[in-house]
Write a new protein. Structure first.
Lengths: 389, 343
């Protein structure tokens, strides 16, 4: 049993400490799993009150809930005001959902001209449909890319009344500074992510390139952008860039903000992807080389599919961060969803309902971020059939 | 942060010489574009500028900009409102994103000169740091507040002004320092301090949120001077004239008793030459300032009323802010609003 093991570590590692372990006795038997042994009641009791420690934690949690929930429910529902004006709210003393109701459409459309709101509304519907389709893997093909480009054009046409400076007949032009609310938040986040993704891949590959100039440019981009706060990039894009434009050329401020977002997100994505590339074993690269694939084929067929897959959690992390960062566009005078609510707080007729506004904002952001998170988990699972543990 | 952002913008502007405006250049640009770009406080400022539920900007500062648009274009809708923040307002003005700021910017020496090179054609609102106390204390002057506990925001000029004021008057106070304005108000409302200090207009807004707003008074002293007015780039005399005389027309109209309701009748019947010149019945004044026509003041009053009417509509006693006129009354009624004669 305890005979010395043959020295398998000959060669370069001969001097390293050998680790050998052979179990001498049988492990104690585990009890059968609870779900085949105990009734539901017993299992619950066992889970929550199984040990004195667990019982104490359960009790503490129940007490905290009993202390928090009644006032919360009382505020949010029982004493809440759903319709009426600010005075009705103040009399009732509970949550003032009437305030959210009053400002709801403003939070969706922002400063967009009121009588033209069917246009962003249409865009929202088309957009939701496209997201629903894109989320399903069976629709993944090059056609989907065309559909997105088409939607972007349609969105610009409907929202702004012109595409790349060409006016659309029958639609009054609406400058982008009047776009706002959900539309701007979604526009910045979704197209920001969509554009940052491929740029991030290119940057990640460039940073690992063997050509010094390519590597230098990519490293500069990534390190510079990651080294400054997003808000200063937005500031530069808004106030400094126009100073360097030739006279008469005016790049739209929403576009400038979007470019800043894309550059920012791309730098972060690049590092995420680089992590993925480094996690792929060298054998995969060598295997690709040995069957005669060139660089492009190797990356496209062997390396990237694996690297992108294993970095999904980090990608979603970056996306969720970017989604929430869109609130910073206030500095350049664009009213995104969150800004519309903060703006509503300054309405003299509805002063003092900040809590309601923040609860509303938090729930919208939570729903979006949680959906992204859940979707990414599902996607991961379905892409990982072969390796699931 | 504000400073380095300003620095970048100023350096950028100097490199390209964009601030070297020729006389009339800004006005020419505005006329060529067909709209004036007006920077307003984002996300919003109660009573002064707030987008309503339909996304349309409303408020005191908004109507000042619309009045300027009437002077230039004879059309109050020829304004693009551009929201700016306290960090972005000066870079936005410097680089031409906006033509005019109407966002409660205080006129100070350094903003009027030096690297910023802004112009403050007229003052539309006299603000100043004030103190609020519960009515039951029977205090009539801030000088009686020896030993009081004062609710104040930290790290602002508010805190410094307060210390200066108390030291100057040889009285002491104990500060209760809380960062968030909402929390500060709650502390005051619960009696944790005797005094609540902030700028007058902001203090009035906070007062509406107290449990019993009527039980609190804002004392008459102004601890600091905060003259607020529309701000433009320096170097365009024509635009300066237009903005200044637009504001003066509103003030004159109140002095002469011209209102939204009676402006047409007064224009038709009044014989006072000052009134007739102001309303363009006797021509010449509008042309002199470069307005769209001689009837610019009449058009403004017809659209929005005189200064007092605009004040009352957005800030006055019938609004939730319930500001008293105080210093913002015309000079004949004990206030500071005084317009040079239109002649």
């Amino acid at each position: 049993m305890n005979a010395p093991l043959p020295n398998v570590m000959a060669g370069p590692l001969a001097g390293a400490r050998r680790i050998s372990f052979v179990r001498g006795e049988t492990l104690p038997q585990s009890p059968p799993p609870d779900d085949v042994r105990l009734s539901v009641t017993k299992r619950v009791v066992r889970t929550y009150f199984g040990t004195p420690g667990n019982a104490a934690i359960t009790l503490a949690c129940v007490l905290i809930l009993a202390w928090l929930l009644p006032p919360l429910l009382n505020w949010a529902f029982l004493k809440a005001t759903w319709t009426g004006n600010a005075n009705a709210c103040r009399e009732a003393g509970g949550a003032c959902w009437a305030f959210i109701r009053e400002k709801f459409w403003f939070s969706v459309f922002g400063l967009y001209p009121f009588e033209l709101r069917w246009r962003p509304a249409t865009v929202l519907v088309i957009f939701a449909a496209l997201v629903a389709v894109s989320a399903q893997r069976r629709f993944w093909s090059i056609k989907l890319v065309y559909a997105w480009v088409g939607t972007l054009v349609l969105m610009l046409a409907l929202m702004g009344g012109s595409v790349l400076g060409v006016p659309v007949p029958g639609l009054a032009p609406v400058p982008t500074r009047l776009w706002g609310g959900w539309l701007v938040t979604i526009f910045l986040a979704v197209f920001g992510m969509a554009l940052a993704y491929p740029i991030g891949i290119v940057l990640a590959l460039g940073r690992r390139s063997e050509r010094p100039i390519v590597r230098f440019v990519c490293v500069c981009w990534i390190e510079f952008i990651r080294g400054v706060p997003l808000i200063s990039l937005l500031f530069i894009a808004t106030f400094i860039v126009p100073l360097f434009m030739p006279t008469g050329v005016e790049l739209d401020r929403l576009v400038r903000a979007q470019i800043a977002f894309v550059m920012f997100a791309a730098a972060y994505m690049a590092e995420v992807f680089r992590g993925g590339l480094q996690a792929i074993p060298k054998g995969q690269y060598e295997g690709a080389d040995s069957i005669g694939l060139n660089y492009g084929q190797k990356m496209r067929l062997i390396v990237l599919p694996q690297a992108l897959k294993i970095t999904i959690p980090a990608q979603v992390n970056t996306f969720i961060g970017l989604f929430k960062d869109t609130t910073l566009v206030l500095i350049i005078g664009i009213f995104d969803f969150f800004t519309t609510l903060r703006s509503s707080l300054g309405d003299a007729n509805w002063l003092g309902f900040a809590t309601e506004a923040y609860v509303y904002a938090a729930s919208v952001y939570f729903v979006c971020c949680y959906a992204m998170s859940k979707y990414s988990q599902r996607l991961e699972a379905s892409l990982n059939e072969g390796q699931r543990r | 942060m504000k400073n380095w952002l300003m620095g970048i913008a100023a350096v950028g502007a100097m490199l390209l010489g964009t601030t070297a405006a020729d006389a009339g250049r800004d006005l020419d640009q505005i006329k060529q574009r067909g709209t004036i770009r007006c920077g307003v406080q984002g996300p919003s400022n109660p009573g002064f500028g707030v987008p309503n539920a339909q996304g349309v900007w409303e408020g005191f500062n908004i109507e000042i900009c619309r009045a300027v648009a009437i002077t230039i274009f004879n059309d109050p809708s020829k304004v693009e409102f551009v929201p700016v923040t306290s960090q972005s307002r000066f870079p936005a003005l410097t680089n031409g994103e906006v033509d005019i700021l109407s966002n409660n910017t205080t006129w100070t020496l350094t903003r009027d000169t030096g690297v910023n090179r802004f112009n403050f054609p007229a003052i539309v609102f006299y603000d100043g740091q004030s103190v609020m106390v519960p009515r039951r204390l029977n205090v009539t002057s801030a000088r009686q507040l020896n030993g009081a506990t004062v609710c104040v925001q930290p790290g602002t000029t508010t805190e410094l002004n307060l210390a200066d004021f108390f030291r100057q008057n040889n009285i002491t106070f104990r500060p209760v320092v809380i960062e968030a304005l909402d929390e500060l108000r709650r502390a005051y409302d619960q009696g944790r301090c005797d005094v609540f200090t902030n700028d007058f207009a902001a203090l009035a807004a906070q007062r509406t949120l107290l449990t019993n707003p009527r039980d609190h008074v804002i004392l008459p002293e102004r601890i600091s001077k905060e003259p607020l007015g529309p701000t433009i780039r320096q170097g365009d005399e024509e635009l300066t004239n237009i903005v200044a005389w637009t504001v003066f027309a509103l003030i004159d109209a109140e002095e002469f008793g011209i209102t939204k309701a009676n402006v047409d009748q007064i224009a038709a019947t009044n014989t006072d030459p000052r009134v007739r010149r102001l309303l363009g019945v006797e021509p010449g004044m509008g042309t002199a300032i470069g307005a769209a026509n001689d009837g610019y003041a009449r058009a403004i009053i017809k659209a929005f009323g005189n200064y007092g009417e605009i004040f009352d509509r957005w800030l006055g006693p019938t609004t939730p802010l319930a500001l008293e006129r105080g210093q913002n009354n015309i000079w004949t009624k004990g206030g500071l609003l005084y317009a040079p004669p239109a002649r």
